[in-house]
Write a protein that binds this ligand. Structure first.
Ligand code: NDP
Length: 240
């Protein structure tokens, strides 16, 4: 039986590319999303991947949502922590709410998603936990103390998780993208986008599919010796 993967924020942007790529490689995929029902229905109709709505920042919602996925699709073998938000402001202007919202969706979600299913993975001696961080978690970014902290926190979480579960056939890794050509980046004004591209040595934005390919390799059995790693996919913009 093929492995089951859950992709958070799997209906749009980079998450959509990951869901589709995993399905293409024969995984049984479930895509989570937060609230954009229209995009989720369109995605479901186009790709035939079941969608599940819950807030990954809410532990109880994750417990209930993951149980539903396991009932409808099967025991979860692969978690892709992709859902993420930004609430940008310089720290001296940032509200506690802007801090908290980013921490809960971008970092608390890793605990919320992994904790309910890790024992099942340990019992079955297989698991793949792949989390989508960001170049800005590696190098820092003005206006993003919240996002940079959460995205860097994902890397520490992953290293510790990798050590704890290495003997159980479970790997934990991070993919840290640079600027990817998604709706969010396309909304940036042309002159600002040009200055962003000028900072990328390969001279272009990344493609969502390029991130999806990294994830599908990390999800495969062939990647069993890679754990605790961060794969940077940023066109050379930041070389860690
Ligand atoms: P999008 O904004 O296009 O999509 C975000 C997805 O996450 C949506 O499906 C959204 O659901 C879902 N989501 C948001 N909040 C929650 C929540 N609380 N619970 C469940 N799902 C949620 O994001 P991108 O594709 O641009 O980014 C994907 C990931 O990659 C993020 O973690 C981001 O930080 C990271 N990244 C992106 C880069 C880029 O250039 N785009 C660069 C580096 C990292 P819904 O559709 O319902 O709103």
């Amino acid at each position: 039986m093929s492995k089951v993967a859950i992709v958070t924020g799997g209906t749009r942007g980079i998450g959509q590319a990951i869901s589709v790529e995993l399905k293409h490689h024969g995984f049984r995929v479930a895509a989570n999303y937060a609230g954009n029902d229209e995009a989720a229905q369109k995605f479901n109709a186009e790709f035939g991947i079941p969608v599940f709505k819950w807030d990954v920042g809410d532990y109880d919602a994750c417990v209930a949502g993951l149980a539903e996925v396991e009932k409808e699709v099967g025991p979860i073998d692969i978690i892709v922590n992709n859902a993420g938000i930004t609430r940008d402001a310089m720290l001296h202007r940032m509200t506690p709410q802007q801090w908290r919202e980013v921490m809960r969706v971008d970092l608390d979600s890793l605990f919320n998603m992994v904790h309910p299913v890790i024992n099942g993975m340990r019992e079955r001696n297989f698991g793949r936990i792949i989390s989508i961080s960001s170049i800005n978690g590696q190098k820092g970014q003005m206006g993003q103390t919240n996002y940079s902290a959460a995205k860097a926190g994902m890397i520490g979480f992953t290293k510790a998780l990798a050590l704890e579960n290495a003997k159980k056939g479970i790997t934990a890794n991070v993919v840290a993208p640079g600027y990817i050509d998604t709706e969010m980046v396309q909304a940036v004004p042309g002159n600002v986008l040009d200055s962003i591209i000028a900072q990328i040595p390969v001279g272009r934005l990344g493609k969502a599919q390029e991130i999806a390919k990294c994830v599908s390799f990390l999800a495969s059995r062939d990647a069993g010796f890679i754990t605790g790693s961060t794969i940077t996919a940023n066109g050379g913009q930041y070389i860690a």
